[in-house]
Design a protein around this ligand. Structure first.
Ligand code: HEC
Ligand code: HEC
Length: 358
């Protein structure tokens, strides 16, 4: 199974990346397909983008209904974002090539649905580069954009504009249009009235100057641990955690418990692809989109500590922990900082192996 999916992933990598870009979205979904796509959406996406797609349910996940996004980003930008995700954000790549869980068909269905359900006409944007002065743009950025998008484009309360996947999927005119017109129904207001054309062109040039290239690095898919390997240090002592709000445990205490070989279970509640790329050593993949009733599958319900984490830092892990509590699990916690901060703190992670490309 693993060998087969690895082979499939290699094939996809060689042949499918450009075909992904050329995927056809001119088909119309039947009522049945609409329902199927909505199911996919509610299972995999609603946690952060909200049941009604207006975004901001968790982690500053953008609106997927904004007309400016759909008229300029549908289908290619949206398809690529769902499939391959953004680095260092809660937005993971969901394509099976990245470790899943969505097949190419699911991905196309979901993308088509996001467009069809809102029925927004696509705008023809020019595909040439925007000629602007990046030096001017840098100033404008610091003054008008940094407070939300971060001084280095790392994202604060808004998407990380320095993200290489974003820059690869967004054309210059897509960026220009977004900056001038904003995104309706979101905190991103248009700057057409505040900035003149050369300043807007300058910011686009500045953002573009931050692009150093992107190519997806599909992980070499590995098998998750077997149930008998779920409990870390089965002979170890029970850890003592200090919980904030009865739930959140500081990363430092989890590291200490790992180092002192305490007995507990770590759950990675992000999509399977994220676990494949990198995870805290010994963590068991338990994605948030698993059926509620199955959240406790193969986990001992005997008071063993179960510590969950996600990138978010809480949305997916809170969800899984709530499900476990409902199933009667006693000692559950969530790593307060989430894995992005954990990684930035230099704490240990097991990095998945990238698939050799030669
Ligand atoms: C008040 C906060 C705020 C400011 C200031 C702001 N933005 Fe935004 N920006 C946002 C938010 C929030 C979003 C996501 C909106 C959504 O839901 O689609 C966004 C989205 C964007 C996007 C689309 C990113 C994507 O992932 O599709 C671009 C490009 C962008 N902003 C550029 C800029 C630039 C350039 C400036 C400065 C001229 C700026 N923004 C100023 C909050 C802000
Ligand atoms: C754990 C939270 C989370 C989940 C679950 C999630 N997303 Fe996202 N998504 C985000 C965040 C956060 C961003 C913004 C990334 C950034 O800051 O650069 C985003 C960005 C996006 C964008 C780009 C929007 C824009 O304005 O540029 C699309 C499209 C998208 N997500 C679609 C989806 C779909 C479809 C699913 C389900 C398959 C999904 N997301 C699941 C958190 C999530």
């Amino acid at each position: 199974m693993v060998a087969r999916s690895r082979f499939a992933a290699a094939l996809l990598y060689l042949f499918c990346l450009p075909s992904g870009l050329a995927a056809d979205f001119s088909f119309t979904l039947t009522d049945q397909e609409m329902a199927q796509a909505e199911d996919l959406y509610q299972t995999y996406c609603a946690l952060c983008h909200g049941e009604d797609r207006t975004g901001y349910r968790a982690d500053h996940a953008p609106s997927l209904r904004s007309k400016t996004l759909l008229s300029t980003g549908y289908p290619r930008f949206i398809y690529m974002t769902i499939g391959w995700g953004r680095s260092n954000s809660a937005m993971e790549g969901y394509h099976e090539e990245m470790g899943g869980p969505l097949s190419e068909d699911d991905l196309r269905l979901l993308t088509r649905w996001l467009g069809q359900v809102e029925g927004v006409e696509s705008l023809e944007l020019a595909s040439d580069a925007v000629a602007g002065d990046a030096v001017v743009g840098k100033e404008v950025y610091a003054q008008h954009c940094a407070e939300c998008h971060g001084a280095r484009g790392e994202g604060v309360s808004a998407p990380a504009l320095g993200d290489q996947a974003l820059l690869a999927h967004a054309s210059d005119h897509f960026l220009r249009y977004t900056i001038a017109n904003g995104r309706d129904g979101t905190p991103m207001t248009g700057f057409a009235k505040t900035l003149d054309e050369s300043e807007i062109d300058g910011v686009v040039a500045y953002l573009r100057s931050q692009a150093s290239g992107w190519s997806p690095t599909p992980p070499k898919l590995v098998a998750p641990p077997a149930p008998e390997e779920y409990v870390l240090n089965p002979e170890g002592e029970t850890p003592e955690f200090t919980l904030r709000d009865g739930r959140y445990v500081p990363a430092a205490e989890v590291v200490a418990a790992l180092e002192q070989k305490k007995r507990f279970i770590l759950l990675d509640t992000r999509p399977a692809s994220a676990w494949q790329r990198s995870h805290i050593p010994g963590a068991v993949p338990m994605p948030y989109y698993r059926d509620k009733e199955r959240a406790g599958d193969n986990l001992p319900n005997d008071g063993t500590w179960i510590v969950a984490y996600c990138a978010c830092p809480h949305a997916a892990s809170d969800y899984v922990v709530n499900n476990l509590k409902e199933l009667g699990f006693k000692n559950t916690a969530v790593i307060d900082e989430g894995i992005l901060v954990w990684t930035a703190m230099g704490l240990p992670v097991t990095a998945g192996e990238a698939l050799a490309t030669d």
